[in-house]
Design a protein around this ligand. Structure first.
Ligand SMILES: *Cc1c(COP(=O)(O)O)cnc(C)c1O
Length: 854
């Protein structure tokens, strides 16, 4: 129990805002710096490590008590003051647009299978989790009312060590929620609140709900370790991405279905608003939509009406173009878990199966695809960089047959990173010194040029030194574990050099990331590393999935290379890549290397974090780098796209990487002025900070999500649900009619006047289209003329469309639509007339995947 004078410390430790608020960290460190290091900078552990007499002494220290009180008051201000979201809502309200104010939801649910918030809460494996953590943090900073939903993994993800052979070994530390910044959701009488799911055969799965508080954002985590569960179910949430088959499916049922139930509990017990938008990250949480359909059917809607209502308020984000990253279950598994006694009320298993069916050319009829279900349950969908959006439109175009890829309704919002978490404290104080106290307010980046170059350079050296010290410690520990004695490890004190060009490479180790590409030509690499005047050093880290022996082989190959006495001072592999390592690693690097097989890196975020700490990126033009490389902020490794033979492609791309290092990266880094400062290099850093800085911020990302997806989804959800779901009923009825009549819809005949052989700019063409609509009315559809550049294979590119107007009806469901088309370009033009659905509650003409062409 804390003395009352110190009571704010409890909330300061439990609210994870401390992990991006340096003054709070300093407050805890100040109590006892050594103890702080020994508890790995974890405030909860710090508080429990303090003895009662320590606390009494602190309570008697008036200065300390005052600082605690001030910090507590500051946190309360942060948690309650109006922020960006409230200002935006107010501005929209003042604009007086009807329906606008309702478009600012009071709560938005954000589902993810993992959350990477701090090393002290290890509930993540890699990019997806870290991104989710950064999303919550920025939502908190901006005041966007998100509530996170996930699972609590008692053993988290594994800890990585290496054996003597360099083979990855996994261990699973057991986490005790009582030692973590978590509190259990309880009923009013104090008993734990429980979420319960029906399992095949009539059994049940119970779960507790833990709440972490991430600044203003609550994060609810479901935990299956409940006594009322049979033993195999108690372990269900033991490991992140653990087990396969049914275990994975049941984890996802708990995340999706249990997640919605946890939200309802949370609203009931805390009075929190019921979310009006549901954002699901990757397919894993897709069953949230099924549970919500079931709820609405319980309220009296039909399945189709409920589906329309759920879609309107759901946002789906796809995070990977790698097929192995997409969950697919057997149809039989789904039948077992959602059929018979296990059926969700109102959700016949056949309807569920249809939502996840790969019902397109090349699809597997035996498979239930979670990403496909995600797209069918979300009226709005996006990829995580422009390139990934484009790749996703191509990948999922089978769901919108008849539409060009460009019209597939999957947009993109490029990922970002949370600056407060990822910008090193030394960089932050440098910014504060030259850009003022507000430096860490909204946008210091464009003014990065005001920081003197020599100071940036001196800071980079400190950051490199910090990394070198950290790497030596980690390496020493690892080598001890691998069997070396302390006496053999004297050389480790000379590993890495704080003045050498430092290149970092750390990521998970799926094949497409090509961990070992740099080893393609070992002699050439050795020459680069060992250059006596212009040395280069590589710091490498990464975990392979426990079941991925191919990845483990790559790690072993890398570790063996780093073991070689000739190179070991210039290249190190550090085991157990995690947030704590990442926070040292990115700032200490001069260059961040990324060489995935294009276009499999959906976005990538580590390079953004490195960039914010004054590193330059050296990367394949994939993910975010494809979008934001500008020729001055780093280097693009040319890709050998289209080279079929993967070996040859790797050779070509590795060789391009060495070329860049030898001819540009290394010379630029070592070209110094009289003061020893690399002028050109620093120009590139300043340019990177000032132009890339604002773009890569998670604040920008969360604002984009809010404006482009959350607010439209909230408005759409409101539009379908008001007046007892009149909109959902109308839309469902419309879709049913449309689907029944669509086989009869066709373009019978088109007349055009004024199109010569060589169309001229500004010419007007008159178009008259005769269409058959069956029993549909003319205003059930839109008739469009689409025109664009005609390509050789008769496809249209750069398509523009213009709607024709209904003019006249004839017998037998035939109608005429007319319009004029002003040509806005010349050249080889093609055009066509098509019939599309038209309903005010559809988000795009492509939404239903229905189109009739001549
Ligand atoms: C940022 C980060 C990642 C993701 O980086 P990518 O560039 O997407 O590979 C993975 N792990 C940790 C610990 C990170 O901090």
């Amino acid at each position: 129990m804390l003395p009352t004078e110190l009571s704010p410390l409890t909330e300061l430790a439990l609210n994870l805002r401390w992990c991006w608020h340096l003054p709070t960290q300093d407050l805890f460190r100040g109590i006892d710096p050594e103890l702080w290091d020994s508890v790995r900078h974890d405030p909860v552990a710090m508080l429990s490590a303090l003895a009662p007499e320590d606390l009494e002494r602190l309570a008697g220290d008036a200065g300390f008590v005052a600082r605690v009180q001030e910090a507590g008051a500051e946190l309360q201000r942060y948690l309650t003051e109006p922020r960006w979201y409230h200002q935006a809502a107010e501005a929209a309200g003042e604009a007086g647009q009807e329906g606008q104010a309702e478009g600012f939801p009071e709560a938005i649910a954000y589902f993810s299978p993992e959350f990477g918030i701090t090393a002290a809460l290890p509930q993540y494996s890699g990019g997806l989790g870290i991104l989710a953590g950064d999303h919550l943090k920025s939502a908190s900073d901006l005041g966007v009312p998100i509530v996170g939903l996930g699972l609590f993994y008692k053993s988290g993800y594994f800890r990585q060590r290496l054996n003597a052979d360099g083979w990855q070994q996994e261990s699973y530390p057991v986490l005790d929620p009582d030692d973590l910044p978590l509190s259990m959701l309880r009923e009013e009488d104090g008993t734990p609140a429980v979420v319960s799911l029906v399992m095949p055969g009539g059994g049940h799965l119970d779960a507790y709900v833990w709440r972490a508080q991430v600044g203003r954002v609550p994060l609810l985590l479901l935990d299956s370790d409940v006594e009322t569960n049979e033993p195999s179910k108690r372990d269900l949430t033991d490991r992140l991405y653990g087990g396969g088959g049914d275990q994975r499916l049941q984890q996802e049922m708990l995340l999706g279905i249990g997640g919605v139930r946890a939200l309802r509990l949370w609203s009931r017990l805390s009075g929190a608003a019921v979310p009006s938008v549901y954002h699901t990250n990757e397919g894993h949480a897709g069953f949230q939509g099924i549970e919500r359909i079931s709820e609405l059917v319980g309220d009296g809607l039909g399945f189709d009406e409920a589906l329309r209502a759920v879609r309107a308020s759901t946002v789906f984000t796809t995070h990977t173009p790698v097929p192995a990253g997409i969950d697919r279950f057997g149809v039989n598994q789904i039948q077992l878990h959602f059929g018979g006694q296990a059926e969700l009320p109102g959700v016949p298993v056949d309807r569920l199966l249809a939502l996840g069916a790969e019902s397109y050319a090349g699809g597997d009829p035996g498979v239930f695809n979670m990403a496909v279900m995600g797209l069918r349950l979300g009226q709005r969908a996006n990829g995580v960089s422009q390139l990934h959006g484009e790749v996703s439109r191509g990948m999922f175009n089978g769901l919108w047959p008849g539409f060009d890829d460009a019209e597939v309704p999957i947009g993109s919002i490029t990922n970002g990173v949370h600056a407060g978490t990822w910008v090193d404290r030394k960089v932050q104080s440098l910014a504060r010194e030259f850009l003022g106290d507000a430096a860490f307010g909204p946008d210091p980046w464009p003014r990065a040029g005001q920081v003197p170059a020599d100071r940036i350079w001196a800071t980079k050296r400190e950051l490199r030194q910090q990394l070198v010290d950290n790497a030596r410690n980690r390496l020493r520990k690892s080598l001890r574990h691998r069997g070396s004695t302390a006496a053999e490890l004297g050389w480790v004190d000379d590993v890495l050099d704080p003045d050498a060009l430092t290149i970092g490479f750390a990521r998970r180790v799926p094949t497409y990331k090509r961990l070992t590409l740099m080893l393609r030509d070992p002699e050439r690499l050795a020459k680069i590393l060992l250059d006596p005047d212009r040395p280069v050093q590589l710091v490498i880290a990464g975990k392979a999935h426990p079941a991925d022996d191919t990845g483990k082989k790559l790690i072993q190959e890398m570790v063996r290379f780093t073991d070689d006495p000739e190179f070991r001072r210039r290249i190190v592999f550090l085991p157990n890549y995690d947030i704590a390592m990442a926070q040292r690693l990115y700032p200490g690097c001069d260059v961040w290397l990324n060489n995935p097989l294009r276009p499999f890196e959906a976005c990538g975020t580590s390079g953004m974090k490195a960039a914010l700490n004054g590193a330059l990126n050296l990367s394949i033009l994939d993910g975010w780098w494809d979008e934001w490389f500008d020729g001055q902020n780093g280097w693009a490794i040319p890709t050998a796209d289209g080279v079929e033979d993967p070996e040859r492609r790797d050779d070509l791309e590795a060789s391009a990487l060495y070329d860049l290092l030898e001819n540009s990266v290394v010379p630029t880094f070592y070209e110094r002025d009289e003061q020893g400062v690399p002028t050109r290099w620093l120009e590139m850093i300043t340019h990177t900070l000032s132009t890339l800085g604002p773009k890569v911020m998670a604040d920008r990302m969360v604002r984009d999500y809010t404006q482009d997806l959350y607010l439209p989804a909230a408005r759409a959800g409101w539009a379908v649900s008001r007046e007892d779901f009149a909109g959902a009923r109308s839309l469902a009825g419309y879709v049913q009619r449309l689907q029944a009549e669509w086989p009869k819809v066709r373009v019978d005949h088109v007349e055009a006047e004024g199109v010569g052989d060589t169309p001229q700019l500004g010419e007007t063409v008159t178009v008259r289209a005769y269409v058959a609509l069956g029993d549909l009315a003319p205003d059930d559809v839109q008739v469009q003329v689409a025109f664009g550049r005609a390509s050789e294979d008769d496809e249209l590119a750069d398509v523009e469309t213009s709607a024709l107007e209904f003019t006249e009806s004839y017998e037998g469901g035939r109608h005429r639509f007319d319009g004029h088309l002003r040509l806005s370009r010349t050249g080889s033009l093609g055009w066509t007339v098509r019939v599309l659905p038209a309903h005010p509650l559809l988000s795009s003409v492509a939404e239903l995947g229905l189109v009739a062409n001549p």
